[in-house]
Design a protein around this ligand. Structure first.
Ligand code: PGA
Length: 255
């Protein structure tokens, strides 16, 4: 069987002050001292990255950012580069989240440049894809996923190779922050499709090693049935990652 290590990632979005962020990760750090935990990552807002980095120092909790620009530096008011994220201690970066796509009009082309740059500077991208309710109801889920994958990984398709380590997150837009989770079967079906697509483009080895997280209203009471699916390798958690109790409940789910 495959040896993919589970990853539970918390996407804090635009939430928490420095004091609140440090209190949250300090509790997580103290509670996650023992063995047998999945990999755990938090993606705080930029303003709390330094303080969170200090609080998780010497702990297994990893640090990610929620977005980055594709250039290294320059006249891009309000933006943050991958090199800046490395400088502040991030190892991962979430790219192409549906809120970035829908509210800030990020296109697959922009996301492709970001994924490429993240790899170039040594960050692990967590690339988000997922369909809206309208698209699902129109029977277009796989078309949308295929289009997003093809667009966001276009540079790699051109070169016929994908660097190792990419993490994908399947996040159906209709399940994000709505309390509606995809059923384990719906999620598995999408994850299987995504893994199959990766295999077709980049080979079986890449596909087998690829971690695909599920995101969208993940809670302590639905994580176990999601994680029981063969192609679900972890979760990208929004709302429930903002409280130590619920995030720990997800991290410590029964296998
Ligand atoms: P949610 O968000 O867990 O609050 O639904 C998930 C996400 O947007 O990554």
């Amino acid at each position: 069987m495959t040896q993919r290590i589970a990853l539970i990632a918390g996407n804090w979005k635009m939430n928490l002050s420095i004091t609140e962020a440090v209190a949250l990760v300090s509790t997580l750090r103290d509670e996650l001292k023992g063995p047998n935990n999945p990999e755990v990552l938090v993606a705080p807002p930029f303003t709390t990255l330094t303080a969170v980095r200090e609080a998780v120092k010497d702990s297994p909790i990893m640090l990610g950012a929620q977005n980055m620009h594709w250039e290294d530096a320059g006249a891009f008011t309000g933006e943050i580069s991958g090199r800046m994220l490395l400088d502040v201690g991030c190892t991962h970066v979430i790219l192409g989240h549906s809120e970035r796509r829908l509210i800030f009009h990020e296109t697959d082309e922009m996301i492709d440049k970001k994924v490429k740059k993240a790899f170039e500077v040594g960050l692990t991208p967590i690339l988000c894809i997922g369909e809206t309710l309208e698209q699902r109801e129109a029977g277009k889920t796989f078309d949308i996923l295929r289009g997003q994958l093809g667009g966001c990984l276009a540079s790699f398709i051109t070169h016929g190779a994908l660097p190792k380590g990419l993490i994908l997150a399947y996040e159906p837009v209709w399940a994000i922050g709505t309390g509606k989770t995809a059923s384990p079967e719906q999620a598995q079906e999408a994850h299987e499709f995504v893994r199959g697509w990766i295999e077709q483009k980049f080979g079986a080895e890449q596909a087998l090693g690829l971690r695909i997280l599920y995101g969208g209203s993940v809670k302590p009471d639905n994580i176990s049935s999601l994680m029981a699916q063969p192609d679900i390798d972890g979760a990208l958690v929004g709302g429930a990652s903002l409280k130590a109790e619920t995030f720990l409940g997800i991290i410590r789910h029964e296998a």
